[in-house]
Design a protein around this ligand. Structure first.
Ligand code: 13P
Ligand code: 13P
Ligand code: MG
Ligand code: MG
Length: 368
C-alpha cells in the first residue's frame, strides 16, 4: 500500500478591502506557482480561500515537515505577496512573519496541518479552513466528534470506533519547543475536557485511532501572537480529518458544527463570535466576521485528488448559519462589554493597556 502525505499550508498574504478575501489574481498567482514549480515534487494540489486566507493542499510522498514542500508553499506565498503589493491589497504578506526561510514554515507564520497515511482502498478525508479565529476553535467540535455518542453514533455502533481515540494536546503558551500531552478517550475524557475548555492555551494537535494506531486528525497549532510578540492578525487554523470505516463518519465529524461554539477572533482579533459553518470560498463581512469555517471533502488514490465536495453547502447548514447570525446579533448588542470582548490577557491590541497605564496615574488611594 502506498504511503502518501497530505499537507495543508495556509497564509494570509493580502486581501481586497481590508480582511475580506484575496483577489482573483492573487489566488491565480499562488495556484500557478504551485502547478509550475511543484512539477516532479508533488502529485496533486488544491488551492482555495476561506475569508482572507489562502490554503494550499498538496499530496506527495516526501513525509511531513519536508523542506522542499514547505519551501514550495513559502515561495508561492512570496510570489503572491509581490502581486498583493502591486495591487495595493491590505495586509500584503501579513502572515509571513520572518524574512528568511529556514527549512520549515512552522513557526514562521503560516498554519500547517500534515499527515502521512498508509492509503486505504478508499481514502475519504476533510480539509477544514477557518478565518477570524484561533486553533482552539476546533477543540469542542473535535472533543464531541471523538468522545460523545450524541454526535458520533459509531462509538455505540462500530466496534473499531468504540475502542476510542488518543488525543495529542499542545500547550501553545510554551513557545520554546513543542509541549504536548497524550490523553486517552474514553477513560480520560474529563481530563481532556479540562484542558480543551481553555482554547487560547490548549489545542488539539492530532488524534489517533486506538483500534489501529492510525492517525485520524492533524490540526494546526500556530499562534501568531506568540511568534510575533504583538498582534499581526488572527491565526486562522486549518485541519485534516480522515473519515469512515474505523474512523468517525464524515457526518459525525460535521455534526458538532451545528452548535456554532463561541470562539475568539472576531473584529481586530479581540471579540468572541459563534463559529459559522460556510460554503467554499466564502468572504468576510459583518464586523470583520463572524468567525467562519469551511470544510471540503475529498477522496484520493495514490495522491490523485478528486474534485472537492463542499460539505457546508446544503440547506441544513443554511438554517445553522441563520442561527449563528442571530447569536452573533445577541452578542454584538453588548458591544465592548463583558463576554463580547476578549479578556485583557487575550486582547490583541495594546491600546487598552496604554489607556490603563495612563489612568493608573490618576487613581488615588482614599484616606480613611
Ligand atoms: P489596522 O489597525 O491595520 O487598520 O487593522 C485593523 C484591522 O482590520 C484588524 O487587523
Ligand atoms: P485576519 O487575521 O483574518 O487578517 O483578521 C485580522 C483582523 O483582525 C480583522 O479584524
Ligand atoms: Mg487579513
Ligand atoms: Mg484571516
Amino acid at each position: 500500500m502506498a504511503k502518501i502525505t497530505l499537507s495543508i499550508i495556509k497564509a494570509d498574504i493580502g486581501s481586497i478591502g481590508g480582511h475580506i478575501k484575496p483577489s482573483q489574481k492573487l489566488l491565480e498567482t499562488v495556484s500557478n506557482y504551485i502547478k509550475e514549480k511543484g512539477r516532479g515534487l508533488i502529485i496533486d494540489s488544491y488551492i482555495g480561500h476561506t475569508g482572507d486566507d489562502i490554503a494550499i493542499l498538496t499530496t506527495h510522498k516526501k513525509g511531513p515537515s519536508n523542506p522542499k514542500i514547505h519551501k514550495l508553499c513559502w515561495d508561492a506565498f512570496l510570489a503572491g505577496t509581490k502581486i498583493a503589493k502591486s495591487q495595493g491589497l491590505y495586509g500584503a504578506g501579513q502572515d509571513l512573519l520572518v524574512s528568511a526561510f529556514s527549512g520549515n514554515v512552522k513557526g514562521m507564520g503560516p498554519q500547517v496541518a500534515e499527515m502521512e497515511i498508509e492509503e486505504r482502498p478508499a481514502e475519504p478525508f476533510l480539509m477544514f479552513m477557518a478565518d477570524k479565529t484561533e486553533p482552539g476553535a476546533f477543540n469542542l467540535p473535535l472533543y464531541l466528534a471523538f468522545t460523545d455518542p450524541m454526535h458520533n453514533a459509531g462509538l455505540i455502533l462500530s466496534p473499531k470506533v468504540k475502542e476510542g481515540f488518543k488525543f495529542v494536546i499542545m500547550d501553545v503558551s510554551y513557545t520554546k519547543v513543542d509541549k504536548i500531552i497524550e490523553l486517552k478517550a474514553p477513560e480520560e475524557i474529563y481530563d481532556i475536557a479540562a484542558l480543551l475548555r481553555d482554547t487560547g492555551r490548549f489545542v488539539v494537535e492530532s488524534i489517533f485511532s486506538r483500534a489501529s494506531g492510525e492517525q485520524v486528525v492533524s490540526a494546526s497549532t500556530t499562534r501568531l501572537h506568540n511568534i510575533a510578540g504583538k498582534y499581526v492578525g488572527k491565526d486562522d487554523p486549518v485541519m485534516l480529518v480522515r473519515t469512515q470505516k474505523d474512523f468517525p463518519a464524515t457526518g459525525e465529524i460535521l455534526s458538532p458544527y451545528t452548535i456554532t461554539p463561541l470562539v475568539a477572533g472576531f473584529m481586530r482579533g479581540s471579540h468572541n463570535s459563534p463559529l459559522m459553518p460556510v460554503k467554499k470560498n466564502t468572504s468576510i463581512s459583518f464586523f470583520d466576521g463572524p468567525a467562519i469555517v469551511s470544510c471540503l471533502a475529498f477522496c484520493e488514490k495514490e495522491g490523485k485528488l478528486t474534485e472537492s465536495a463542499d460539505t457546508f453547502d446544503h440547506p441544513y447548514w443554511d438554517y445553522v448559519r441563520e442561527q449563528a447570525a442571530q447569536e452573533t446579533q445577541e452578542l454584538r448588542r453588548q458591544g465592548f462589554f463583558g463576554a463580547d470582548m476578549l479578556p485583557m490577557s487575550e486582547l490583541e491590541y495594546t491600546g487598552v493597556m496604554e489607556t490603563l497605564k495612563e489612568l493608573e496615574k490618576r487613581f488615588k488611594i482614599r484616606k480613611k
